[in-house]
Design a protein around this ligand. Sequence first.
Ligand code: MG
Length: 158
Amino acid sequence: MLRIGLGKDSHRLAAGRRFLLGGTEIPFERGEAGHSDGDVLAHAVIDALLGAAGLGDIGGFFPPGDPEWKDADSMLLLGIAWKNVKECGWKLLNLDCVVTCELPKILPYRQQIRESIAGVLDADIGSVFVKGKTAEGLDAVGRGEAVEALAICLLEKS
Ligand code: MG
């Protein structure tokens, strides 16, 4: 059996916050606001995996506002979500992601981001891909006020 999952997330950018993508910190003047560490890509991936497995969503697993997840490491949350998906017998075939922001540039950090996500998901780096895009000056992302991530995954259970 094959199942597709889709995840999407966006976070405002704020001063005094870290800019994290898939556990990789990118040096930048602002970072993702959020109850957890704000890692927008990790959150989108969690939703894609949970959705594919029919297990719910990130808000159900890690309720926003829950003091347990205040400033939480989102890669730790990804590990917990993946453990639940795995325990249902699912294997990851591939994961593809798009991160949209005006700045910073994602490309120099792409390999590191792919490695850290693949590491948590026990996957080959070849089955995890991440693309960086800009919003061409349009909307809040285009004005540099926010960052957005999309993730799609394919799971297999035999
Ligand atoms: Mg989020």
